[in-house]
Design a protein around this ligand. Structure first.
Ligand SMILES: C[S@@+](CC[C@H](N)C(=O)[O-])C[C@H]1O[C@@H](n2cnc3c(N)ncnc32)[C@H](O)[C@@H]1O
Length: 220
């Protein structure tokens, strides 16, 4: 893709996503359903898998003793920060949340007024963090081409990678072949792992308790 189209296509994709997530939030409020999760249980299982991989990687680094800093990209109404604050082992990590949807950021600030300043409209942290996390950020796909959607995901990760000191973690639903079903993107795990290797070392683990979901960690 070249020229002006490549420059504007993320904007048109994101305008559609903003409308769809905005409708879900107005209908269901700041709940798992309001960000298209099937249940709070599957939402928490994803947080647990992402943060668990990051915690193990952070602990394995030579001389690592400080709590890592994380940017939650596609933070929705801030459920991951609540999840972290309920767990003493990760509650002291430094957290920033970003979302392209202003209504999501307003909901996060309203739910967590003590942490309102940590939530910003956007897609990228303003400066380096240790890890960027993406939970469900790329599941809803409103274009009908899985190849283009994978390209969009990789372009989004490429923009974030220079801002990650140690790594990025994301989850995706996976099937044998990349496909779209009812506007949900399913990646092909092996193809996605191969594509992610352009950034660094890749680990992929099935997300415990969520059928077909895989959690990926890309590290330097
Ligand atoms: C499935 S929801 C998950 C929300 C949150 N991570 C959670 O698990 O509760 C996906 C969120 O990602 C946001 N989003 C989608 N694409 C994004 C992008 N490229 N950058 C930042 N946010 C994005 C959406 O607005 C939505 O709030």
């Amino acid at each position: 893709m070249t020229g002006i189209f490549s420059a504007i296509w993320p904007f048109s994709i994101e305008a559609g996503l903003n409308r769809a997530y905005g409708r879900a939030l107005s209908r269901h409020g700041a709940t798992a359903q309001g960000v298209f999760w099937n249940s709070p249980k599957s939402q928490r299982a994803r947080f647990s898998a992402l943060l668990g991989l990051v915690a193990s990687h952070a602990a394995s680094r030579a001389g690592a003793d400080a709590a890592p800093s994380v940017a939650d990209i596609g933070c929705g109404y801030g459920a991951m920060l609540s999840f972290m604050q309920d767990r003493p082992q990760i509650g002291s990590w430094s957290y920033l949340g970003f979302d392209i949807n202003p209504a999501m950021i307003a909901a996060a600030r309203q739910r967590l007024p003590h942490a309102a300043a940590r939530f910003k409209v956007g897609k990228l942290p303003p400066s380096q963090v240790d890890y960027a996390l993406f939970s469900g950020t790329f599941n809803l796909c409103l274009i009908d081409d899985p190849v283009r959607w994978q390209r969009y995901i990789l372009e989004s990760l490429a923009a974030c990678w220079p801002l990650c000191r140690h790594g990025m973690a994301l989850n995706l639903l996976c099937q044998r072949e990349a496909r779209l079903t009812a506007n949900i993107y399913y990646a092909d795990q092996q193809g996605m792992m191969a594509a992610l290797r352009r950034f660094g070392h890749v680990q992929a683990v099935p997300t415990r308790g969520v059928k077909q979901d895989v959690t990926f960690l890309v590290s330097r």
